[in-house]
Design a protein around this ligand. Structure first.
Ligand code: RIB
Length: 297
């Protein structure tokens, strides 16, 4: 078992503008009420923060703009013990921003990519040595597919496992489907993936996150196995998937089995929904271990 694995996250960095409201306004309607918060977010950054809180040595590779959000986020990564040497500050560019509406126990998100759209293979290649020192790599689809491909190929050539969280969903090129170790779609993304011609070849690499219904994967027999979620009060589901991905990566890189890693990741995700903000409820390893002791399935 490896206690503090090296986890590399290549992905998006956003500032989240979160409005929590009882009811979503209809088109053309203005409503009063709700609360507003500005919190760090972005699928890449969320996964990095979660993995760091769970005890991994984390490097985040991506980009921010040369604005105040970028500056705040870089300081935030420092305080979360995340190595930020692979984060480029891009001049005359805004940091990624996500408009998040939290309502009726779920969220709606619009991402303005800003600097995330400028995370090129050339930028990430500057962190090549750091990437090659990873025990596992986490990717999502909020940066360019050509950059995702660059990392997948590098990792494949050096036999480093890669988890792709295919969100927001985009068509996945065949070489990425072949060379990626695991995909972690949600149910909607998994449905789209089930329609692609390569589905039969990749289904054994899929772990499907199903929110309050737990997480599922295909056994080698073809049977779908579901590992149940933990019933918990929900304040905000934003970032629960990111917490799941980070926890899965940390546990697999530490040497745990897939079943153990999914159980741990379900618990981490359950804890994460107890606070507002993608990173607000992300737990430490001790919090997850204590939660698992109290909630033996
Ligand atoms: O997965 C949640 C994240 O998606 C938010 O933090 C937001 O920034 C978007 O990237």
């Amino acid at each position: 078992m490896k206690e503090n694995p090296n986890v590399c996250v290549v992905g998006s960095i956003n500032m989240d503008m979160i409005t929590s409201i009882d009811k979503i306004p209809a088109q053309g309607e203005t409503i009063l009420g709700g609360t507003f918060k500005t919190n760090p977010g972005g699928k890449g950054a969320n996964q990095a923060v979660s993995a760091a809180r769970l005890g991994a040595n984390v490097s985040l590779i991506g980009a921010v703009g040369d604005d105040s959000f970028g500056k705040d986020l870089l300081e935030h990564f420092e305080s979360e013990n995340i190595n930020r040497e692979g984060i480029k500050i891009i001049p005359n560019t805004s940091t990624g921003v996500a408009t998040v509406i939290v309502s009726e126990n779920d969220n709606r998100i619009i991402v303005s990519s800003g600097a995330n759209a400028k995370v090129t293979p050339e930028i990430v290649s500057k962190s090549r040595e750091r990437i090659l020192h990873s025990d596992i790599i986490l990717l999502q689809f909020e940066i360019a597919m050509e950059t995702v491909r660059y990392i997948v190929e590098l990792a494949y050539d050096h036999q480093i496992p890669v988890i792709i969280n295919p969100a927001p969903y985009q068509e996945i090129p065949e070489d990425i489907l072949t060379k990626t170790t695991l995909f972690t779609p949600n149910e909607g993304e998994a449905f789209v993936m089930s329609k692609i011609p390569e589905f039969e070849f990749i289904k054994n690499k899929m772990i499907i996150t199903k929110g309050k219904h737990g997480s599922a994967f295909f056994a080698s027999s073809g049977e779908m196995i579901t590992i149940p979620a933990y019933p918990v009060p929900v304040k905000d589901t934003t970032g629960a998937g990111d917490t799941f991905n980070a926890a899965l990566a940390v546990e697999l890189a530490s040497g745990n089995t897939l079943g153990q890693a999914i159980t741990f990741a379900n618990a981490a995700a359950a804890i994460s929904v107890g606070e507002i903000g993608a990173q607000g409820g992300m737990p430490s390893k001790k919090e997850v271990d204590d939660f698992l002791m109290k909630n033996k399935n």
